[in-house]
Structures are given as C-alpha cells and as structure tokens.
Design a binder for this molecule. Structure first.
Ligand code: URP
Ligand code: ZN
Ligand code: ZN
Length: 566
C-alpha cells in the first residue's frame, strides 16, 4: 500500500527533477538544515568521478575512527573500514598513516573587495586556488552593499563569484539604515526566484518519515549580517543602527556579526598619533589599542543581550575582547567569538620594523596585538571560549600598501591567510597538544557549518555529505611564503614560517583539486551555498523571550482597571 511518505516522496522526486531542470549548473540549491546533508541532490559534482580513500584515520568533530571513505559524483557514499569496490575506474588514494578530514571552511574572507580606495588583490579565482592548495574547500565572504543598497551589492558579488573554483557562501554587511535596507534584509534572507530543496523530518500523525521537501518560499540564502563598529566615515554604523539591525536580524533568524572597535575613539587615536608625528605603520597599532576593541565588544554584547539575539564577534584580536566574550558566555549569553590566524600566531613587533614594506604588510584591523594576546587567544580557543577560526583574508600587495607610506591611515587594512590557516592551526594547536584532532576539525570546519546552518552537508564526512575532504600527513613539514603560495600578493605575513603537518590532497565536491603539489582549480566549478535562517543559535529564543515577558510583572493595573479586575 502506498503510505503518505511514499506518495509524497514520489511527488518530491518529480518536483525535484523539474526544479533541477530550471536551475543553471552554477546556481545552487539550499543546504539541508536538518539531518541528511547533501539531500535534495544538492551535493553532486556531477562528473561521475569515483574515489576511494583507503587506510586513513577518518576524523569528524564528534569522533576519529579507522575508516575508508568512498565518494561518488561529489558526495560521500560510504564511510566504513575495508571498503572494496573492485573497479578500475575508481581512483584510490592511499591514506595510510594520515588523517582524512572535512575540508576547511573559512568563515571570514574578503575577495575582490573594494576597500580604502582600492580592491583586494585576490579574487574568487586566485583566492580559491590558494584556499584549495591549503586544504580549505569553502568560505563565506562579506558582500558589501553598493551605496548602502543590498540587492546591488549581492548582484555585484554574484558576478565576482562566477570564476569561483570552490563552494562559497555570503554574509552581508549593513552600512546604513532606512526602511528600504530593512526590507532588503528580508529579501536577502528569504527571497529567491525559484524553489529550493530541503530535508526535514515530517510528522504524519503516527510515524515520522525522513524526506526531502520542496520549499517554494523565496530564499536568497544569506543568514548573517555584519555591522562595522569601526571605519568611521565609510562602513561604520552608529549604536542606533546596530540596535535596529540586531532587532531585524532576530526577527529574520539571521545571525548578527560585529567588527568590534570603537570607531569614534579610533579616529581620535589616529589624530593623536599624527599630532605626535607618528605616521608609520606602528601608528596603526598605537591609535587603536585593545581597550577600544574591548569596549566595542562589550557594547555589542550588551545590546545583543537587550534584544535577546545571538551575536558573532569577528576577528577577536585581544585579551580584552576575548574576556568580554568569556564573561557573556559564563552568564549564558549566546555569543560566538572568532579568532583569526594572524591574531593567534603573530605579534605586533613587525609593525615597528624599520622597512615600511615589511611593517605595512601586518596592518589590519583590529591590529595584531603585542605578544601575550596571541597565547591568550589560543588558550581561549582550546577551552571553547572562542569557537572557530577564520582568516579575514584581505590581501593587498606591496604597491597598494605603499599608498600609506607617509600616513598609516592610508595603508589598506588586511592580511593573507586563506591558504595558510589549516596548516598553521594544525602546527600551532594540534602539534603542541593544545587541541585534539577532533577539535581541529571542529574549529576549522564543523563549527562554521553548524553556526551557518549548512551542517552536515558541509563540515562532516558522513554518508550524504558533500565530498569536501582533505588528507593531511602529520609527518611531513611545510614551509610558507611568496615563493610557493598561490595568492596574487607579492607578500605574505607568514613568510618563512615552517611547521609540521602537510595537506597532501584536497578534494572539492568529489574532484581531486590538489595532490602532490599539483593544483587543479577550475574557474566556474564552485557553487553558491545558500545558508538557511534560524540555525541552532535561535533554538529556544521564543522560550527565553516568554520568560522575560513573564518576569516583567507589568503593566500594573491601577485605578479603574484595577477595581474592575478585583
Ligand atoms: O583589516 C581588516 N580586517 N580588513 C578587512 C576588513 C575587516 O575589517 O574585516
Ligand atoms: Zn572587520
Ligand atoms: Zn574582515
């Protein structure tokens, strides 16, 4: 007998065929929110490639095990020991003595971004090539609105991303506020000219059945908005805007992100340095000390608490900011802290280098701090105060950095990292015993997929997950720098850095794109990964809102109303 599940599955399949036919290959269907990543036909690389990764230690954030991984058509099909396929057309990768892990997901990048009068040197091709060579298979980039207009910003970034060589998602920056922006935020989260596929457990009164469903609700695929509390005169928002934005984010189930520095005080600090005759790169660090990062982090956290919405603090660079996050977490607030690789392993001594070209390449905001902050941030990452690692990859070459040779305020802010992140975190955190191998997967991949609601399609090696996988050899060493890197920049803030652990193979949705030092990054092969709203950070907020309302004991009935009630 045809059960409701069977009938619906059939309808879903027919609809899925229609939807797939109406979507160009470059376009992407939504990531599964619930179980069954890759469901809905979203994952496939589609070129029929079959790969067997044999003999390795397969690591997910929840456990490491000895297991082979079999991949077909861009999707993980089987994960278990001793898989035999007996087919010459299957590519076999020997991972004996190596770790097989989900590809990295970088939550924070700026490719081809117009900023400080110039454009970042890596675009969606060169940035992706660098990422893949370093074991990162997905990133989430920040769309910058065009004159405050979100739709124009998204259109521009869609165009930039046409040359993408790996999967990507988008956050959206909010740089001004009016009714139009508020409405456009809804468009970013909800509207889209077609149907999407999603997975869900559906309740048919007696039994639950797992199936794929078609959502014809409109859906643009952005579930996070960033508010810059710094960069006065360009991207900076006021507290009023931040408050409006936090409320809007909450109503949409979208995550609010902040660049937390007090932009007014930074402008004062910059003028103070200029008045003191300090015009070189060291003036950058001196003008925006950790106290300004701590203040803004605390302010954003408190406003998010007032609104009762989750908050994501990007590029946590100082102990001051980290301690604000730790305090909020202790009090039960949902705050995510993202350190970046530069903040975890570098220190500000470079900014005092007498050579301008050397010093200026370390200029980013918030600044890389003096030694001590980095170790404290590492400890916070180990203990879970900080949850996932980004890069803030925002590269400018030495010619661009030289725009500020006589005034540090004109040095374009940003450093590289998309290619180095996976290696540096392995070497500095796993090799030193600060985190475990499963933690490594969590902080470089899984946590990001969970926060942005694309797990387990991304961030895991499970049956049905996208085949975004790396093979890391813990015995081999790496050396970093301009001689071997793949970004377009002529500088590298990790120049000469050596360490242990080498990503030998990168597989991007079922295609081997990096093996034995050979890169095969194909422009146009990447796909846009829509991030659905109401991720896990929003679970139960309605309940805490209800508790809040019940706690008000108001309005108090007075006068005639009280008499009538009595
Ligand atoms: O210096 C930085 N961080 N540049 C990129 C823009 C930002 O603030 O994230
Ligand atoms: Zn920022
Ligand atoms: Zn950034």
């Amino acid at each position: 007998m045809a059960t409701p599940c069977r009938i619906r599955r059939l309808l879903v399949l027919l609809a899925a065929v229609a939807v797939a036919a109406s979507h160009p290959a470059h376009e992407f269907c939504a990531a599964a929110g619930g179980g069954g990543g890759g469901a809905g036909g979203c994952g496939g690389g589609g070129d029929g490639t079959r790969i067997l990764i044999k003999g390795g230690t397969m690591v997910n954030a929840h456990r490491a095990e000895e297991a082979d991984v079999y991949i077909e058509d861009g999707v993980v099909v089987a994960v278990r020991p001793n898989i035999l396929v007996g087919d010459d057309n299957v590519k076999v990768i020997d991972a004996t003595g190596k770790y097989v892990m989900p590809g990295g997901i970088d939550p924070h990048t700026h490719l081809e971004m117009e900023f400080m009068g110039t454009v970042t040197i890596d675009d969606f091709y060169s940035g992706h090539a660098a990422a893949l060579a370093g074991g990162t298979t997905m990133h989430i980039d920040f769309v910058i609105p065009v004159n405050g207009n979100l739709t124009a910003g998204l259109e521009s970034y869609k165009h930039k991303a046409e040359k993408s060589a790996m999967d990507y998602g988008f956050h959206m920056a909010i740089t001004k506020w009016n009714d139009e922006v508020s409405r456009e935020m809804e468009v970013m989260v909800k509207e889209h000219g077609g149907c999407i596929l999603s997975s869900a457990f559906l309740d048919y009164s007696v039994t639950y059945c797992y199936m794929t469903k078609i959502l014809c609700a409109k859906f643009s695929g952005i579930n996070s908005f960033k508010f810059f509390m710094a960069y006065k005169g360009s991207l900076m928002v006021t507290d009023d805007l931040l408050l409006q934005g936090l409320q809007k984010c909450k109503s949409l189930g979208a995550l609010a992100m902040v660049h937390a520095e007090n932009g007014d005080a930074v402008a004062e600090g910059q003028q103070r340095m200029i008045d003191l005759g300090i015009t070189g790169p060291e003036g950058h660090a001196l003008s925006r000390p950790p106290v300004l990062e701590g203040e803004a982090t605390s302010r954003a956290i408190r406003l998010a608490k007032f609104v009762n919405t989750p908050l994501y603090v990007v590029h946590v660079m100082s102990t001051d900011a980290m301690e604000e996050i730790a305090k909020a977490k202790r009090e039960g607030q949902r705050v995510i802290g993202e350190p970046v690789v530069s903040g975890l392993v570098l220190d500000d001594s470079w900014l005092w280098d007498p050579d301008f070209a050397t010093a200026s390449k370390y200029v980013m905001s918030p600044p890389i701090r003096e030694a001590g902050h980095n170790k404290a941030l590492q400890a916070a990452l180990s203990s879970g105060i900080l949850q996932l690692v980004g890069t803030d990859h925002c590269t400018f070459n030495s010619t661009q950095k030289a725009f500020g040779s006589d005034d540090f305020r004109k040095i374009p802010n940003g450093v590289n990292g998309i290619e180095e992140r996976m290696h540096i975190i392995w070497d500095s955190m796993v090799e030193t015993g600060k985190i475990t191998v499963t933690d490594y997967v969590r902080v470089t991949s899984t946590e990001c997929a969970k926060i942005f609601n694309i797990y387990p399609r991304k961030g895991a090696i499970l049956e049905g997950s996208d085949a975004d996988i790396i093979v890391l050899n813990p015995k081999r060493s790496f050396a970093m720098g301009t001689r071997t890197h793949h970004t377009r920049s002529d500088t590298n803030v990790y120049e000469g850095r050596k360490g242990k652990g080498m990503v030998e193979v990168t597989i991007s949705r079922g295609r081997v794109v990096w093996e034995d030092g050979n890169l095969n990054a194909v422009p146009g092969a990447g796909r846009y990964v829509r991030t659905p709203p109401f991720g896990y950070l929003f679970d139960g907020l309605d309940k805490s809102d209800a508790v809040y309302r019940a706690s008000l004991r108001a309005p108090v009935q007075r006068g005639e109303a009280a008499a009538a009630a009595a």
